[in-house]
Design a protein. Sequence first.
Length: 136
Amino acid sequence: MENSKINSKKPEYFLLRPEVEKAYGYSHAVKIDRDIKISGAVSMDDEGNPTAVGDFLQQLKNCYTDLGKILNHYGCSFDDVVKENVFTTDMPLFLEHAEYRTQIYRNHFPTGSWLGVKELALPGLLIEIELEVYKI
């Protein structure tokens, strides 16, 4: 019985794009017990190249698509998200397209922050979204 309690708290890592994540040195998500931390998702292809360069709305959609894949891996949905942090190099554009989030968060919005930043990891990236999830 004691062992099952210990094992339930063992981190479970998930790599969405294993080659890219290994090259840059991060895991896209980790689940410990009922808590899931998801690294910032950006608009990139499976080789790690930025996609939809210059198209803010499409980059936003691509981020949520990848985040949805990670949530699905853990048997979760956006209803399980308790915190969302958005990093953007163009806050006015994010605010212009923030309404798109109503298509993602249909029941409630998570807590979080919206942060304007000078740059993101790769040239051409306009937005990055990270999540924290509590799995019931």
